[in-house]
Design a protein around this ligand. Structure first.
Ligand SMILES: Cc1ncc(COP(=O)(O)O)c(C=O)c1O
Length: 423
């Protein structure tokens, strides 16, 4: 007889928590203390032209990015959302114009477009890698389309060759959302450096983190310059002037990263490849074990890409397991394994695309649909098929992965009890 489920009063498989994330080591602590002791927590507001570009740590962090990505410009922000907003502005999107985005992503991939009074147009994703489906993009392009934001979801690169070909054909800018994919590689190229610009997130849960923070990278001088202005109240130090003029040329915000975050970022970035490698090894170990379980499909990884596993997402087929997906996840969580059902609701089903629409919709967007049914693959994944867990990351070990597998097997072995026990 199967062991009694924790959900039904039995003992948990996993009695102690998974190891905490992020890992904050001595180097991170020293780097932060050094900034505190210097007293220079942010030097953007200094009067000289050079310091308009940020303090020593900001510029070092940006340089580390330009070196690693072999790219000309990196602009640090206080979040990826800020970097995305600046990217939309810098790519020349105008109010009322359209930007194609996937609906299965964090909200700000799409709201960064709304922040600039432009309109997100949702295009469905691929059912295997969960990224924008290039085959569906062209049907959504209109004379108002100015940009596409492919998201390298969960750490797997989107189909960048196909997406870039569409962009070139229609003269559309590409903003890569790499918030979940720092260090991911697509056919020999690091994601973020393939489109017109790429953005990254360093919020606490990410592969590398600074508490909060973001980065934009680009080879395009104009994109970099506009992004820096958006970051800094729209102000600019004019050529030939060494002093701040308080002249605002464009609408900007305070999207500046502090020296403390940059100092943390420098240390974390130096560890990125190693941290990603641990994620890959843990994910490969777990995926191999799940591959033998009927009804589960471990993450698909295309040939010639490096997946960096921001989260470990797998497909679940309730017609094979005999347990509804949400019941399975509830039982798994009760066994002590943090897991989620479905990731996010397809973004277009949120109130901001319906009863709380921004005012710009009074003038534009009449032909854009946010109705249920527009992205069936995303809706199916959200409603029935996707399960994810974020604990597949360092400092977890294979023993931790074994507990995930044990818990999954235990839950699936209790099909009958679950059918009787809970709805
Ligand atoms: C795909 C994606 N884009 C953008 C963001 C926004 O990042 P931030 O929280 O740094 O603004 C996130 C964060 O979760 C994300 O996962």
């Amino acid at each position: 007889m199967a062991e009694k489920l924790a959900l039904l009063g039995g003992e948990k498989v996993r009695k102690h928590p998974f190891p905490p994330h992020p890992i904050i080591g001595e180097e991170e602590k020293r780097a932060v203390m050094e900034v505190l002791e210097s007293g220079k927590l942010s030097t953007f507001i200094a009067q000289s032209g050079e310091l308009f570009l940020g303090g020593k740590k900001i510029r070092q962090f940006e340089k580390d990015f330009t070196d690693y990505y072999s790219i000309k410009y990196a602009v640090a922000f206080n979040s990826a959302t800020a970097a995305l907003h600046a990217a939309v502005v810098a790519c020349g999107v105008k109010p009322g114009e359209e930007v194609i985005v996937p609906p299965y992503t964090f909200t700000s991939t799409a709201t960064s477009v709304l922040m600039h009074n432009a309109l997100p147009v949702f295009v469905d994703i691929k059912p295997d890698i969960f990224c924008l489906d290039p085959a569906k993009i062209e049907a959504a392009i209109t004379p108002r389309t100015r940009a596409i934001i492919p998201v390298h979801l969960f750490g797997h690169p989107a189909d960048m060759d196909e997406i870039m070909a569409i962009a070139h054909k229609h003269n559309i800018k590409i903003i890569e959302d790499c918030a979940q994919a720092p260090g991911a590689i697509y056919r020999g190229r690091l994601v973020g450096g393939i489109g017109d610009c790429g953005i990254f997130s360093f919020t606490e849960t990410k592969n590398i983190m600074t508490g909060e923070g973001g980065m934009l990278i680009t080879d395009d001088k104009e994109i970099a310059e506009i992004a820096r202005m958006v970051r800094n109240h729209g102000e600019v130090i004019l050529e030939g002037q060494s002093q701040r003029t308080y002249r605002s040329d464009i609408l900007g915000w305070n999207y500046r990263m502090t020296e403390i975050e940059a100092a943390l970022g420098i240390v974390q970035f130096s560890k990125m490849d190693k941290l990603n490698q641990s994620r890959i090894e843990l994910a490969n170990y777990l995926a191999a074990k799940l591959a033998d379980i009927d009804g589960l499909t471990p993450p698909v990884v295309y040939p010639d890409v490096k997946h960096v596993y921001y989260v470990f997402a797998f497909k679940y087929d309730e017609t094979r397991t005999g347990i509804p997906r949400d019941t399975f996840v509830k039982a798994l969580v009760a066994e002590g394994v943090p897991a989620g059902a479905g990731y996010v609701k397809p973004l277009y089903l949120n109130p901001i695309y319906h009863e709380n629409k921004p005012f710009i919709y009074n003038y534009y967007g009449k032909g854009i649909s946010y109705d249920k049914g527009i992205c069936p693959v995303t809706e199916r994944l959200y409603e029935k098929e996707l399960v994810l867990t974020a604990v597949c990351r360092p400092p977890a070990t294979n023993d931790d992965m074994d507990d995930i597998v044990k818990a999954i097997i235990k839950v699936l072995d209790n099909k009958r009890e679950l059918a009787k026990g809970i709805k």
